[in-house]
Design a protein around this ligand. Structure first.
Ligand code: HEM
Length: 134
């Protein structure tokens, strides 16, 4: 389930309640909804989980420059489940766009299978740096 996957794989860094830790791990509470509202946000969320992320990023006025490990060992189903969890947990559901549709395992499979163009964590970070969030 979403809560189980989150507790087992993410909470150690991003916090039990998605609050993150200033300067070390970006918050997910009140933030994944900022990403999903951008044109590139959906793909970025999926790529971060599949391929990891590295490089400076600004979230809610704080800079993070850490390494997010890849979780490509999780199944497409598990990645979709944990992404939908972090998009809805901690009150995030109230911040989602009205036309939001859940991330599907097929979308994850599709991102995974663009073989030959698997981004490195650095490339995921570079792409992220160009996404404008508040
Ligand atoms: C970044 C989710 C596990 C450390 C991110 C971002 C998301 C995310 C969505 C992108 C934030 C953005 O671009 O604004 C998750 C989920 C996890 C997980 C769902 C579990 C499956 C972890 C773990 C660590 C970690 C275990 C620590 C070992 C980080 C760091 C960043 C980040 C440092 C920022 C990377 C950078 O500075 O470029 N995470 N994360 N995450 N995560 Fe995670």
């Amino acid at each position: 389930t979403g809560p189980q996957l989150y507790q087992q794989n993410c909470a150690f860094c991003h916090g039990e309640n998605g609050q993150g830790r200033v300067g070390a791990f970006p918050p997910l509470a009140g933030h994944t909804t900022e990403l999903i509202k951008t044109p590139e946000g959906r793909a970025h969320l999926i790529n971060t989980l599949l391929f990891g992320m590295q490089g400076p990023v600004r979230v809610k006025g704080n800079t993070y420059n850490g390494v997010m490990p890849a979780f490509g060992q999780l199944t497409d189903e598990q990645i979709a489940t944990v992404l939908n969890y972090i998009l809805n947990a901690w009150g995030n559901d109230k911040l989602l766009p009205r036309d939001h549709r859940p991330i599907t395992p097929a979308e994850v499979a599709n991102a995974r299978s663009v073989s030959g163009s698997r981004p490195t964590p650095q490339q995921v970070g570079n792409n992220r740096a160009r996404i404008n969030v508040p």
